[in-house]
Ligand binder design. Sequence first.
Ligand SMILES: Nc1ncnc2c1ncn2[C@@H]1O[C@H](COP(=O)(O)OP(=O)(O)OP(=O)(O)O)[C@@H](O)[C@H]1O
Ligand SMILES: [Mg+2]
Length: 241
Amino acid sequence: MSTVEFNQVIKSYGDVKVIHDFNLSINDGEFVSFLGPSGCGKTTCLRMVAGLEHNTGGVIKIDNVTVSTGKSSEFVPPENRKVGMVFQSYAVWPHMNVFDNIAYPLKIEKASKTEIESKVKEILDIVELSGLENRMPNELSGGQQQRVALARGLVARPKVLLLDEPLSNLDAKLREKMRGDIRKIQQQFKITCIYVTHDQIEAFTMSDRIVIMNKGDIVQMGTPEEIRQAPANDFVANFIS
Ligand SMILES: Nc1ncnc2c1ncn2[C@@H]1O[C@H](COP(=O)(O)OP(=O)(O)OP(=O)(O)O)[C@@H](O)[C@H]1O
Ligand SMILES: [Mg+2]
């Protein structure tokens, strides 16, 4: 388990500031969704936690350890952050079978063969893919591929799991099932989760807390009930209606 903290985080691309002054503390084991329209900065914030993007200013901490301040000398690289990430497109490697796809993060960590086998087996069970370890991605359905991506995000027991619209390529029925599955796994592993979506149903059904963003700013944060009962302004009221 782990905490994530954004302290006055700013991100600019050239002269364009896309994240203005982002302040947020995420608790141990909490499931927080970033919800907002296209282009508001959700993915950028997620990638800064992963270390795939450098913040221009401010401080990001994972588990009370500073991982980035905007200075390159104070930047902890992605591989040392113990963060798992699941992307919108399944992003499974087409040339590797299910087992090798899932085992990949453990191989990077130079885990032993026995450890890899037992951890992959355990996670396959959890995402209900046991028996499919030798299949190639093109022999799997979209939902199964997404489970492979999820298993790969979880297998190394990350402190924090980051999910960027992981269900948007799935049909409605499968999306609903996967929402429940992700929440169940997150609670079972007690993982701190940041979930990016522009789908309000997803955010409202899965989250402990929702952060509503617009144009690089947080416009409201609170539990789903708090936001539903008292939208902070017209933007939030319209967005969630
Ligand atoms: N590499 C880049 N160079 C310049 N601008 C960028 C770059 N990456 C993102 N941006 C800009 O930063 C802003 C935030 O982008 P981001 O991808 O975080 O949005 P988002 O909320 O995830 O949107 P979506 O819901 O469409 O995925 C956008 O205006 C985008 O055009
Ligand atoms: Mg995005």
